[in-house]
Design a protein around this ligand. Sequence first.
Ligand SMILES: *[C@@H]1O[C@H](CO)[C@@H](O)[C@H](O)[C@H]1NC(C)=O
Ligand SMILES: *[C@@H]1O[C@H](CO)[C@@H](O)[C@H](O)[C@H]1NC(C)=O
Ligand SMILES: *[C@@H]1O[C@H](CO)[C@@H](O)[C@H](O)[C@H]1NC(C)=O
Ligand SMILES: CC(=O)N[C@H]1CO[C@H](CO)[C@@H](O)[C@@H]1O
Ligand SMILES: [Zn+2]
Length: 457
Amino acid sequence: MKVRSSVFACFILVCEVLGVALFLRGFFPAPVKSTLSSNSRLSELLIFNPLISPSARPRPNASLPPRLFGRVVLMLVDALREDFLFGPNGRSFMPYTRHLVERGSAHSYVAKARAPTVTMPRIKALTSGSIPGFIDVVVNLNSHALQEDNLVSQAKAAGKRMIFYGDDTWLKLFPKHFQESDGTTSFFVSDYTEVDNNVTRHLDSTLRRDDWDMLILHYLGLDHIGHISGPHSSLVQPKLLEMDDVFKKIHSSLVSKEADGSPPYLLVLCGDHGMSEMGSHGGSSEPEVNTALLLVSPAFRRKGGLEQPLAVEQVDLAPTLALGLGLPVSQNSVGRVLPQILEELPLRDQLRLLHLNGHQLSLLLRDSLPHYQQDPGWEQFRVAEKAHGSWVKLYLEGNASEILQNVGQKVLKQYLQALASMSAALSRQGLPDILCMARCKTAGAFGFLCGNQTMLV
Ligand SMILES: *[C@@H]1O[C@H](CO)[C@@H](O)[C@H](O)[C@H]1NC(C)=O
Ligand SMILES: *[C@@H]1O[C@H](CO)[C@@H](O)[C@H](O)[C@H]1NC(C)=O
Ligand SMILES: *[C@@H]1O[C@H](CO)[C@@H](O)[C@H](O)[C@H]1NC(C)=O
Ligand SMILES: CC(=O)N[C@H]1CO[C@H](CO)[C@@H](O)[C@@H]1O
Ligand SMILES: [Zn+2]
């Protein structure tokens, strides 16, 4: 009897050790990381001439692609679920914003966030384009400065003057990056008024000034309302109307300041994650991962009429902003540039920018997949790069414009396919959703995510 019970105890112990080991392995997934030691340098990445052999690079900066945008305003509304803007209630929730969408003067997307749908990892995904490990949930409430290559640091290194108002997570992730800031705390979930007023109170004076290049706002009120009373609460509409007013104010100000000759503005509205039917978030259900993303700029072609918003990945915003601002794409970014923002550029610049994104993805692929050469995206990119080289040759020879156009369009398609494959391969490498859901559950058992009050942000 004694022997049997001690055998049983051993068995239980072994099970437990195995279980903990499995949990830890899941908890610290192999991150997708580039081995490039330092952050991407502009001079290293903005170098492309397919006619020149790799050994002869880098080239003189004569061929830097132009930056697409001048001033950028990023308005992040925490928990801005996709249907709050694009759904049937969008017209009454955010009338001005929805009008812009329907008028075709914006590019609209449903941006898919990945689990864990919690603020801090989402900010990382938005700014670095990378897929953070699940461990980030645990440190969500205790964020450290972001070491990884990211858009905000790149912008600072490039001398952009940045201002931030909103969730103080940003100030922890990017200390000393902003020339001016006011952090709000998400500690009091019951407060959904002051937390937003503290952001909006700076707006009028900031919009009047000309001494900044990038303004980032992070509104927390909507998320808090979700936690208090869910997405169907009567508090949601007034809050979204308030956000709509802020958006209108910013847009009108940018339009009125638009001057001939200076690069056009870019206004981005996005969410960090969605909100479940219960008003919580953290997992990978549709309403939690589907966020609204809107890009507005005079640089875009006006489309007629309402189109369905395109489904994209949240990580696509980081390379899009980087290339749009003339900054290097963050080296661990698994996203791909949203091609709609390039449409109005000359074909040559479009190809150049797509190449930059592809180059960055291919380096990341090489560093994170053991058999990267067998990945279809890798091969597609090589093929596209070669075709790009032939195209540049035709271009320089002054070939007939129709042939040039046709060949160029083909190269463009090849690049887009290559970017899609490489991005997909890298994302698979990160965190499969099912695994992540399992982890969320496990973590719940360990008390990190239990209840809806522990996951405030
Ligand atoms: C809003 O600002 C006031 C005054 O600066 C500050 O005391 C308060 O804590 C802020 N509220 C939040 C939610 O950050
Ligand atoms: C939050 O959790 C409590 C129980 O812990 C539950 O009663 C409440 O309905 C939950 N609220 C939401 C919005 O999920
Ligand atoms: C343009 O390129 C095509 C394809 O390479 C070639 O057949 C044609 O002769 C070229 N035309 C001119 C005018 O260079
Ligand atoms: C050809 C050219 O414009 N070269 C410039 C590249 O950028 C460096 C500094 O960023 C300049 O010193 C070079 O003159
Ligand atoms: Zn929240």
